[in-house]
Design a protein around this ligand. Structure first.
Ligand code: ZN
Length: 293
């Protein structure tokens, strides 16, 4: 995505919300809770905080170093603090959470986001194929595949018109999707470069699982190099309020890849591969659900 044409802007906002208080690194507790899929409950009167997820629970209090979790009592080196109205915890608290299993999300409703559109063509191949055409066509095919398997699908754009990144996020939030999947084509000054990449935003572990599942299916089904599952802070991923992945389905700057992406059979293969990845994740989640019941 070092792309000349692909304008999916990386966001500069990241983990800089950590600050130093009395020489120790502190992080906003609500942000940590979100990252671990935990419900954050703060009582301003008692100064007590409860984090919950399924049958897991952590209890903390402002001014105290004690953390009571579902199984034991832990002590932090520094106390929980209220800083400018925000509950802050010492960085060491995240170590307590790092051993938790990743949160899982059921997929009922998928938001599919065809990159670019309208005046924004995205990357353009040497023979003139536009990223916006490829992403829209594959998104439509992917929609049919997922709907045939009983998933609900919502598109952030249904035709060749411009939709801003903010509008995409707004639409995704409004329909309360469970997952956001954005499709793009990459481009590089190195015309030899080809292959696919799947990006996830590292605030949500479920996005990593979905990204891996999509990459495995694409590697199995497509004659394409797997250039890896990567963490990124692209705008669409950073702003999504749900687990989000972004698939760079191939390099339009590569002439052979452009020729493939021009073919409707190949586009169908790409759509089926991504669908398989999403469905594999979906079935794995359902299997786990049954197992824990
Ligand atoms: Zn793009």
């Amino acid at each position: 995505m070092m792309a000349s044409g692909c304008a999916t802007t990386p966001s500069l906002r990241g983990t800089e919300s950590s600050i130093y208080i009395h020489g120790s690194r502190y992080l906003p507790l609500a942000e940590i809770a979100e990252r671990h899929g935990m419900h954050f409950d703060w009582n301003a009167e008692t100064q007590k905080i409860t984090l919950t997820r399924d049958d897991l629970q952590f209890r903390l209090r402002v001014g105290s170093t004690v953390v009571v979790d579902s199984y034991q009592i832990e002590t932090l080196k520094r106390p929980v603090l209220l800083h400018k109205g925000v509950v802050m915890v010492p960085e060491t608290f995240t170590k307590l959470l790092s051993t938790l299993p990743p949160p899982s999300y059921r997929i009922h409703r998928v938001i599919l986001d065809a990159g670019h559109g309208g005046e924004d063509s995205g990357a353009i191949g040497p023979m003139g194929l536009k990223e916006k055409q490829v992403t829209l066509d594959i998104t439509r095919r992917l929609k049919s595949e997922l709907e045939a398997q009983g998933l609900e699908v919502f598109l952030t754009r249904e035709d060749d018109y411009f939709v801003s990144l903010y509008q995409r996020m707004y639409l995704a939030d409004r329909v309360e999707g469970d997952f956001f999947v954005s499709l793009h084509c990459n481009a590089s000054p190195d015309r030899q470069l080809d292959g696919f990449e799947v990006y996830h935003f590292d605030i949500s572990y479920s996005s990593i699982e979905l990204a891996r599942s999509i990459a495995v299916a694409m590697e199995d089904r497509l004659p394409l190099a797997n250039r890896g599952v990567r963490s990124a802070r692209f705008f669409v991923l950073r702003e999504a309020k749900m687990p989000a992945v972004l698939v760079e389905i191939g390099y339009l700057s590569n002439r052979a890849q452009e020729a493939s992406l021009e073919e409707r059979f190949y586009r169908q293969d790409v759509a089926e591969a991504i669908a398989e990845g999403i469905l594999a994740y979906h079935y794995e989640f359902e299997r786990r659900e049954r197992f824990t019941e």
